[in-house]
Structure formats: C-alpha cells, structure tokens
Design a protein around this ligand. Structure first.
Ligand SMILES: O=CC(=O)O
Length: 324
C-alpha cells in the first residue's frame, strides 16, 4: 500500500486529504498536475479494506471529505459510514453502479460523475469489438503468428457486418453513438430501453427476448441496476441464436457470465466481444482459450486524451465543490 509520501508528510495544513480508490493511472496523472492542493491517500481494490488502510497510515477518517474513484473499488454504505465528513465522491466513470447512491442521498454526499466525455470512445470500442468478432481479426492475427510456412492458409470463415440486425440494449448517449456508426455499415438498428424514446425512429422492443429473436447482434450499452443484472440470460442467448453475437461495453453483470461461457463453448451463439466482466479483473478461464471471443480489459476509454481530459474534469469538479 503506497502513500504519496512527499505529500502525506507535507506540513502545509491547507492541503486537503483526497482518498483515491481504484484508479492508479488517473491518480498518477492527477497527482502530477495538482500536488500543490491535495494530500493524496491511495487505496486500491483487492488491497487493504478501508479501516485497516486508515489505521496503517494513521489517518483520521473524519479528515476525509472527498473520494476520487472509478468502478474498481465499490464505495459501499460501510465505506461511506466510516467517513463522517465525507461530502463529495468524484467518479471518473459513466456508470455509478459501484457507489451506494441511496446511502449518499441519505447522508447528503454529492456524487459527481466526470465520465461523460468518453461516449464516443466507448461506441468506437463496441463497433471495433463487433468487427473483430465477425471478421475474426484477433483470431486471424493469432493464426498468422503461429502459422508454419509449409502449410497452406486455412481459417474458419468470418461473417459480414453489412445488413445485420443489431439490437442495442440501452439507448442513452453511448447507444445512440453506436447506432450512428452502425448505420454507416447498413445495419438494421433496433433497441431496448426502459422506455420508448420519443425522438428515436428505430424500432423499439420493450421485451428483451423479442429484441434478441429479431437481432443478429446485441450490443449492451446500459447501466447496471437491480433490474438489468443478468438481463442477458440463457433464454435471451438462445433467442439470439447460433449465429448471434453479443458485444458488451456496459457492465459484466448485465450478462449471466456462467451461461455466456456455456453458450460460447457449445456454440449456442456465434461469438462475443467483451470489454467488461462480471468479477473484474477476473476473466473466466474458458474464455481465454476460445477463438470466437474477443477480450478487452475494460479499456474502451483508455486513450491518452482520456487521461488529460478526465484530470481536467476532476479538477474542475473538486474546485467547484467549495470544499477546496
Ligand atoms: O466503465 C466505464 C465507465 O463507466 O465510465
């Protein structure tokens, strides 16, 4: 467990403690830009739980008024209750499912989400994963690298994107950008969301099973809630069918991952492009060996622009919060 010693030991009483949960890269970039204002405390997921961390570092929990986080470390009711002065949580993500929002409401803790600038990157990633699964780009790359010169080339066939029926699950900003991109490939777009969108002309399916039966591809762009958890279950995958492809750029738990693995292994669906997993950073071992799956480590937004932009948004939110 590392603490940014040069700041932690700074005697300047004006420095404000900022607890950073989860995002080491954001932390590094942000720290290098703002070290004059904040006393940084770091805690990463899968390391010490918060109470031990605070004790080890001799930090008074009541001195912490702000948390900077991403989806890697759940900000549970217990974490919130441990920090009596907590007033602000800034998350660098679009999704808020790692934060106990009812507890924040009750305690009057403000939650600021600075992930909105990543919409286009996530949509690009969704289309990239889909093209990769259909045209087998990653599989072909592995094949060429292992190819033995004495053998002729031979690869399983891909499947074209043009004309495919694409069911977009969650038609917010990301879903809209995915639709815009896939229209250019002559895909037939349709969607499912909580409610029909009055200004969207694509066919709306209130029932996810019906959407799956009418689609060749499902692209998951919705947030994770109690209602959407495991919405893509075995029945939905069977309705999508043996030629069906699933792309997930939302959250891993939107899909029942055990069932997904089974369906991929026995060929109940054609393939999947996954940027997110149910128990990150764990990836089911069966997926590693499958050639009909393209895997990405929750990396849709990880461009250099993202770090620069996000740090600016974080700084703006912290400054506006009146805490500093
Ligand atoms: O997953 C990333 C995000 O929610 O921004």
């Amino acid at each position: 467990m590392a603490v940014a010693d040069e700041h932690y030991h700074n005697d300047n009483k004006e420095l404000q403690p900022l607890l950073v949960f989860g995002p080491p890269l954001i932390f590094q970039v942000f720290e290098s830009r703002n070290s004059h204002k904040y006393l940084f405390l770091k805690a990463f997921s899968s390391q010490l739980p918060l109470p031990q961390f605070l004790t080890t570092q001799n930090v008074d929990p009541s001195s912490i008024r702000t948390i900077l986080c991403n989806q890697l470390q759940p900000i549970t009711a217990n974490v919130i209750r441990l920090l009596p002065s907590l007033a602000l949580i800034v998350t660098t993500t679009v999704g808020n499912d790692h934060i106990d929002l009812p507890e924040c409401n009750q305690r009057g803790v403000q939650v600021v989400n600075v992930g909105g600038q990543t919409t286009e990157d996530v949509a690009d990633m969704a289309v990239g994963l889909l093209i990769d699964v259909l045209y087998r780009i990653s599989a072909a790359d592995r094949y060429v690298r292992k190819w033995v010169p004495s053998k002729p080339w031979s690869l399983p066939r891909g499947s074209k994107l043009g004309g495919k029926g694409v069911g977009i699950v969650g038609f917010g900003r990301i879903g809209g950008e995915v639709a815009k991109r896939l229209e250019a490939f002559d895909c037939r777009i349709m969607y499912h969301s909580r409610k029909r969108k009055p200004f969207v002309s694509y066919p709306f399916y209130s029932n996810i099973l019906e959407l799956a039966s009418n689609s060749d591809v499902l692209v998951l762009c919705c947030s994770l809630t109690e209602e959407t958890k495991h919405m893509i279950n075995r029945e939905v995958m069977l309705a999508l069918g043996k030629e069906g492809v699933i792309v997930n750029v939302g959250r891993g738990a939107l899909i029942d991952e055990n069932e997904l693995v089974q369906c991929l292994v026995i060929g109940e669906i054609r393939g999947a492009g996954l940027d997110v997993f149910e128990n990150e950073p764990k990836v089911p071992k069966e997926l590693i060996t499958l050639d009909n799956v393209v895997l990405s480590p929750h990396a849709a937004v990880l461009t250099s622009d993202y770090f620069t932009d996000t740090c600016e948004f974080v700084e703006e939110s912290l400054s506006k919060s009146l805490l500093f």
